[in-house]
Design a protein around this ligand. Sequence first.
Ligand SMILES: Nc1nc2c(ncn2[C@@H]2O[C@H](COP(=O)(O)OP(=O)(O)OP(=O)(O)O)[C@@H](O)[C@H]2O)c(=O)[nH]1
Ligand SMILES: [Zn+2]
Length: 292
Amino acid sequence: MTGRIVKAISGFYFVRLEDGRNLQCKARGVFKKRGWKPLVGDLVRVEPQGTQEGTITDLFARRSELVRPSIANVDQALLVVALVQPELSLYQLDKMLAMLALSKIEVGIAFTKIDLPHALDVLQQVQKIYEKLEYPIFALDVRHEVGVMPLHGFLQGKITVLAGQSGVGKSTLLTHLIPGSGALTGQIGDRSKRGRHTTTHVELYSYADGFIADTPGFSQYAFDHLEPSHLGVLFREIAILRATCEYRGCLHTEEEGCAVRRAVENGRMAESRYHNYVQLLTELKEAKARRY
Ligand SMILES: Nc1nc2c(ncn2[C@@H]2O[C@H](COP(=O)(O)OP(=O)(O)OP(=O)(O)O)[C@@H](O)[C@H]2O)c(=O)[nH]1
Ligand SMILES: [Zn+2]
C-alpha cells in the first residue's frame, strides 16, 4: 500500500493511505542502517499490521526537499501578508519572496484583512507591483470568508506550505479551510489557547486532493549565507533584466549601462522592489564581511 507521511513525532510516522485511513508507522530497521530518514511529505510504501499500525518499507523518490521546516515534495507556498494590522512591510514581503525563490518553490500571495480601514488603498498599491511579476494574488477577509473561494484552485492537488509573519492570519485561514485542523484550539484571538504556539512539529492537512502544511516558521539560514551576487536572480524582474546589463558581474548598483537601473528610471521596475533589493544586497555583503 502507498501513503503520505503527514506527521512525524519521535520516530513514529503518521501515514495517510489513499483511501483516507491513517496508520501509525515505524520505519523498517534498514532505513537507519542506510541513513535514510523519512520526512513529512514523503510518499511511502507501507505494510499494515492490523488496522491502526504499520511499517514503512520503502520511500519513493522526492520531487523536492525543503530544509527547516523539513518537508518533502512541497509544490508551492502561500505567502500570507496582512494589508494592515500589522502594517505591511514591502521589505519583508520582498525578502520572503526572495527566500522562497531560493527554495525553488512556486509562490502565491494572499493579502488578508481587506475588511479593515485603508486596506483597499494598500491592496491597490501592491496589486500593481506584484501582478506585473505574475504572482498569483488573492485578497481575503479571512474572518468572514470573503475571497477564499479562488484559493481553492490554487491549492487543488498541491502540497502547499503556509508562510508569513506572526499575526497576518495564517491560523485563521487554515481553520476556515480545514475545520478541525487543530490550528486554532481556542477562541480566535485567544493566544494562550492556540495550538500552533505549543506545537513545533510540522503537520500536513488534507485539502482538495492535496495537503496544506502548517509550519512553525521558516529558517533564514540559507538566505543569510547567500552569496551577494546571487541575490539578483531571486528577484523575478532582475533575473530577466540582468542579461542586458553591459557589465557581466553587474550588481545593479553603481555599474555603467545597468539595465535594472534603467528599468527603475523608466518605471518598468517598481522603485520599492529596487530599493529592497539594494537593502538586502547591502545586508548580505555585510554578513559576508563579518564571516571572513
Ligand atoms: N479583520 C480581519 N482580521 C483578521 C483577518 N485574518 C485574521 N484576522 C485576525 O488577526 C489576528 C491574527 O490572526 P492569526 O490567524 O492568529 O495570525 P497568524 O498568522 O496565525 O499568527 P501566528 O500564529 O502568530 O503566526 C486574529 O485576531 C484574527 O482574528 C482578516 O482577514 N480580517
Ligand atoms: Zn545591472
